[in-house]
Write a protein that binds this ligand. Structure first.
Ligand code: C2E
Ligand code: SIN
Ligand code: SIN
Ligand code: FE
Ligand code: FE
Length: 450
């Protein structure tokens, strides 16, 4: 789901994005070919694979295009999607290399590249030599710019012999950088259904059956354009989904920060509890999706504090019994915020808000649930929350040394906490302390962890 809660501001969610750039796109440099040759892969084998598709007729090609389209529309991970697009387009045209650019305002953004020849050399060279987030101006002087601006395909037999009447030049920087020789090239626009140009697909060095570079067959241009357009739509859909997800999670994070700001702790409390909870969930052997759901729901555990008076929340000393009764309502208030929500993340958030103060022995609130009748998510967040309350300064207490916190937790095993949860937590204590060191509580100069 949402990945790691990041440094800085919102839980901006690296999962499934790879490393993300400022706009949330992966800083893709080089995407390995999914079914591409491994470094030792021989030219002969390569040739055989290439020849296999060579004599397909138009109908086969269309059927294949259709299958590719379906495969692309079901891929949810952008990195894998880009790799699949390049691989399919290259297989289709027997191209040694391929690159994807997206049109972003008046620039072209380099998204991903594949090249079998460079793959066979040290891949370290290839990865290191590529700058992530490279941009090209969207102008007629570059070939990708020309295609991105005009929507017209370029098909050249040799990029070093561009007819002089063309406005664009070949940029030989790539060749020089990799000691490569680009010869034939097919560049097509990636258009959506309305004809907007979303990106450019570049294919280089078509290989014939013997592995010799040949021109790209002009009859394929339309098919490749059609493939590129399916790819453009697939990319846009993945991005929209990712943006939506990021916005949704960002909203949740802001809401929980707003609730906490009435309180004395900072956003780091939220981050720590989120990561502690995920560590415990992992330790319990939960599926990655479930772990991420818990990581993202954990920040919401105290969202009901938004309905508790500040005079109680920030009271420097002990609460009176009446004040404590009021305070306990933050569980029910929090769950009420998610009333009727259907999204799994929000349902987990409701569960966590409602049950994070229940205790294993049945002495907790609001309902005094006992043992396994308490949802495990609630028990996980309970331990994460209490450990954080113990090991951080609160307006009503100082931070306790870690050893003392762990003693209290061990002592509360099977009383306050589910024994499995305590075991999972203790087994991963190093990871817990690493999180604590990274998002250190305010007022703790030197975290006790090493
Ligand atoms: P919180 O500060 O986040 O504490 C969460 C839970 O950590 C507490 O739930 C309690 O189970 C545990 N905890 C916190 N400090 C200690 C401690 O010194 N020893 C032990 N053994 N456990 C501790 P609880 O008690 O239901 O409190 C819920 C929330 O009510 C607290 O969240 C805090 O915001 C507030 N609160 C609780 N007691 C006081 C208090 O004496 N004064 C003030 N101002 N607020 C309090
Ligand atoms: C592309 O990125 O290459 C086309 C799709 C898009 O920009 O959304
Ligand atoms: C919290 O658990 O929400 C923080 C409580 C506090 O900082 O007093
Ligand atoms: Fe709470
Ligand atoms: Fe809390």
């Amino acid at each position: 789901m949402c990945g790691k809660l990041g440094e800085g501001d919102s839980p901006h969610f690296a999962a499934g994005f790879g490393r993300t750039g400022p706009t949330g796109y992966p800083n893709l440099a080089f995407v390995p070919a999914k079914w591409g040759p491994s470094p030792g892969f021989s030219r002969t084998l390569l040739r055989r694979r290439r020849t296999a598709g060579r004599h397909m007729n138009l109908e086969d090609h269309l059927a294949r295009l259709n299958r590719i389209g379906i495969a692309l529309s079901s891929e949810r991970d952008l990195t894998r999607l880009l790799a699949t697009i390049l691989q399919e387009a290259r297989d289709f045209t027997h191209a040694e290399g391929g690159t994807l650019y997206s049109v972003e305002g008046d620039r072209l953004r380099f998204l991903a590249t594949q090249n079998d020849a460079l793959d066979r050399r040290s891949s370290a060279t290839v990865c290191a030599a590529h700058e992530p987030d490279e941009y090209l101006p969207l102008s007629r002087e570059s070939m990708a710019g020309y295609v991105g601006l005009t929507g017209q395909a370029i098909n050249l037999e040799d990029v070093y012999r561009i007819p002089p009447d063309r406005p664009y030049r070949f940029n030989s920087g790539f060749d020089r950088r990799y000691d490569y020789r680009t010869q034939s090239m097919l560049m097509v626009p990636m258009k959506d259904a309305e004809g907007h140009i979303l990106g450019v697909l570049q294919l280089i060095n078509a290989l014939d059956a013997s592995g010799t570079i040949e021109p790209f067959d002009g009859r394929w241009e339309d098919l490749v354009m059609s493939l590129a357009s399916q790819a453009a739509v697939a990319i846009r859909n993945v991005r929209l989904t990712e943006e939506l997800k990021a916005a949704y999670l960002d909203t949740i994070f802001r809401l929980s920060v707003a609730a906490e700001y009435k309180d004395t702790e900072t956003a780091n409390h939220i981050r720590r509890v989120a990561h502690y909870s995920a560590i415990i969930a992992e330790g319990l052997g939960f599926e990655p999706d479930r772990v991420e759901r818990i990581r993202c729901a954990a920040p919401m555990h105290d969202v009901g504090k938004i309905g508790i008076p500040e005079s109680i929340l920030q009271k420097p000393g002990k609460l009176t019994p009446d004040e404590y009764e009021t305070m306990k309502k933050h569980t029910i208030l929090g769950a009420r915020i998610f009333d009727g929500a259907e999204a799994p993340l929000l349902r987990t958030s409701a569960t966590v808000a409602l049950t994070h103060h229940e205790r294993f022995d049945g002495s907790g609130y609001p309902h005094g649930l006992e043992g396994t009748r308490i949802p495990i998510e609630g028990q996980i967040i309970a331990l994460a929350d209490v450990f954080d309350a113990l090991s951080s300064p609160r307006c009503y207490k100082p931070a306790y040394p870690i050893e003392r916190c762990l003693e209290i937790i061990r002592h509360e095993c099977a009383h306050h906490f589910h024994p499995d949860v305590v075991r999972a937590f203790m087994a991963r204590i190093d990871d817990v302390l690493a999180v604590r060191a990274r998002y250190a509580p305010e007022g703790i100069a030197q975290p006790e962890s090493s």
